[in-house]
Design a protein around this ligand. Structure first.
Ligand code: GSH
Length: 261
């Protein structure tokens, strides 16, 4: 998720996925399979990993951020927040990464993305899922979108403050991975969420420098390395040009077609 600075980079895609024109809901034909609205190296990567883990048929629709397609009337009809990802299912259109993950967890039980409602670990699992979604992910985006949030002269202080916040969250998660290993072990949705968040954090400088040292968070680093051995990640690497170590030692994507900005 090479967020800032790469918005305008539209290279020839080696992406294996079919790209489909965004259609207004009223024009859509009956859906035969899940449809992921994505942009290369955006938060949609999290759902791509979950779909791959679930081994379910899905198609992808590129939301072309180079032309701000996420703000087009047709995309806003799918997701009024104008954010990526969105997921079209046979029971309706969804958005918000955490909500989509929860739906996938409960719909594709055999994928073991998370505990069932009957499992005693469900409460703790949900606690961390919501923390990832409403705190860690949300605060990370305040680093990427700093220019939308604060005036130019406040950027530096804003970056420093938010970087400290996110580092504190990663510290909490580093300890939780050790204390509640079963909840976080791949293919847990937590792992699928955390890998791409680590990538986002590593590739997006706060105060014009890389600010995240994964060596400081050994459990997170171990989780990233374990994740990278999974076929779901290999499939995502192929589709989005993420390089061999997309989470433990990320580099900017090739093709650099998308942006989280
Ligand atoms: N709360 C949303 C956040 C998703 C998000 O921030 N998506 C970014 C890409 S990583 C986006 O769509 N940005 C487009 C924009 O802000 O215009 C979720 O959990 O799905």
């Amino acid at each position: 998720m090479a967020c800032p600075k790469f918005a305008a980079s539209v290279a020839a895609s080696n992406c294996a996925n079919r790209q489909v024109k965004i259609l207004h809901p009223s024009k859509r034909a009956v859906l035969l399979m899940l449809k992921l609205y994505y942009a290369l190296d955006n938060a949609s990567l999290i759902l791509r990993l979950a779909l791959e883990e679930a081994d379910v048929a899905y198609e992808t629709v590129l939301v072309d951020r180079a032309v701000s397609q996420q703000r087009s009337p047709d995309y806003l009809a799918i997701n009024p927040t104008g954010l990526i990802p969105s997921l079209v299912t046979r029971t309706g259109t969804m958005a918000e990464t955490g909500a989509c993950l929860l739906w996938l967890i409960d719909t594709y039980r055999e994928a073991k993305l998370g505990p069932s409602q009957a499992d005693a670990a469900r409460g703790s699992f949900l606690r961390w899922l919501f923390y990832l979604s409403n705190t860690v992910h949300a605060e990370l985006t305040r680093i990427f979108y700093a220019k939308r949030l604060v005036p130019f002269e406040a950027l530096s202080v804003h970056h420093e403050t938010m970087a400290k916040h996110v580092q504190k969250h990663f510290g909490i998660l580093d300890r939780a991975i050790v204390a509640e290993a079963r909840l976080f072990a791949p293919p847990s949705a937590h792992a699928l969420y955390l890998g791409p968040l680590l990538r986002l954090a590593a590739l997006n400088p706060a105060v014009r420098r890389r600010w995240l040292d994964l060596a400081t968070f050994p459990a997170l680093k171990g989780l990233a390395l374990e994740l990278e051995t999974r076929p779901s990640v290999r499939a995502a690497i192929l589709a989005e040009g993420l390089g061999d170590t997309p989470f433990s030692c990320p580099s900017y994507p090739n093709p650099r077609e998308g942006s989280a900005l």
